[in-house]
Design a binder for this molecule. Structure first.
Ligand code: 9D3
Length: 246
């Protein structure tokens, strides 16, 4: 998968392929990343990438021309890839949107800075518009890094032994169960006994029950979107009954 990122801050985005899962995927040649800086496509003496908004008001707006040239260079290098603008006005990002795009095999991320981008450039060049959620960050770069990380995890071969995209939270619509390692007791709190008894079938059932129970406690919205089978419903009922007793 080839990622292209149009950004005024390539030095912020590039390290995303140097570490962890994405780092290993890049070493294996599964992903590559190229940044395109609109400032490199300016033609005026001051290398301007922004200007004041028509109609007045605070803040600056990114100029069309350097962005158009940078996007053109990215499109030529990554033909057929959709241009995805990361902005507070976008559709709220989900695992499903990332999976659909990962399947398509390429993406050009467009990062805004300042108050945003001239609307005519968005109409002319942008294929999709994504937001991380309803909170404010300073530009699209961190959002592009989130997308690159999450999409890379979905590529066959990107995750090692023991890791698996299918086991990731949200892939199956439930939160993860709690995890424990040494020591066997910490600050008076023992590790749940079931995890020490070596009965792997029982452990698997306990973990599924914990996942169901935590999802019920913390993210009931996820359970409403999902049909539980009779066995899972019984596990959850038992968890709820135990919660009420304590
Ligand atoms: C004045 C109102 N603000 C719009 C909601 C101004 C503004 C805030 C933040 C304009 C641009 C930005 C920069 N944010 C992003 O580029 C961004 C973002 C975000 O702020 N929240 C969630 N997802 C994203 S993706 C890109």
């Amino acid at each position: 998968m080839r990622f292209d990122v149009v950004t005024l801050f390539p030095g912020l985005v590039e390290p995303v392929i140097e570490h962890g899962v994405v780092g290993r995927a890049a070493e294996q040649g599964l992903v590559e990343l190229h940044c395109w800086n609109p400032r490199d496509y300016t033609r005026d003496r001051h290398r301007s990438v922004d200007d004041r908004p028509y109609g007045g008001g605070p803040g600056m707006i990114m100029l069309i021309e350097p962005l158009e040239a940078a996007i053109g260079a990215a499109r030529a290098a990554n033909p057929g890839a959709p241009v995805i603008y990361l902005s507070p006005q976008g559709r709220r990002l989900t695992q499903q949107m990332l999976a659909d795009r990962a399947q398509q095999g390429a993406a050009i991320f467009l990062c805004g800075r300042y108050e945003g981008i001239d609307e005519r450039l968005i109409e002319a060049e942008v294929d999709d518009e994504w937001s991380l959620g309803d909170y404010v960050i300073s530009g699209g770069e961190l959002a592009a890094m989130v997308c690159i990380d999450a999409m890379t995890r979905l590529l066959p071969g990107a995750l090692g032994h023991g890791e698996s995209a299918a086991r990731d939270s949200f892939s199956d619509g439930l939160l993860d169960c709690p995890h424990y390692t040494r020591p066997e007791e910490y600050a008076g709190r023992p590790v749940p006994r079931v995890l020490l008894n070596g009965n792997h079938r029982q452990i698997e059932v306990w973990r599924e029950q914990q996942a169901l129970g935590r999802t019920w406690l913390r993210r009931p919205d996820l359970l409403e979107q999902r049909e539980l089978d009779a066995r899972q419903q019984a596990l959850l009922d038992e968890f709820i009954a135990a919660t009420r007793k304590r």
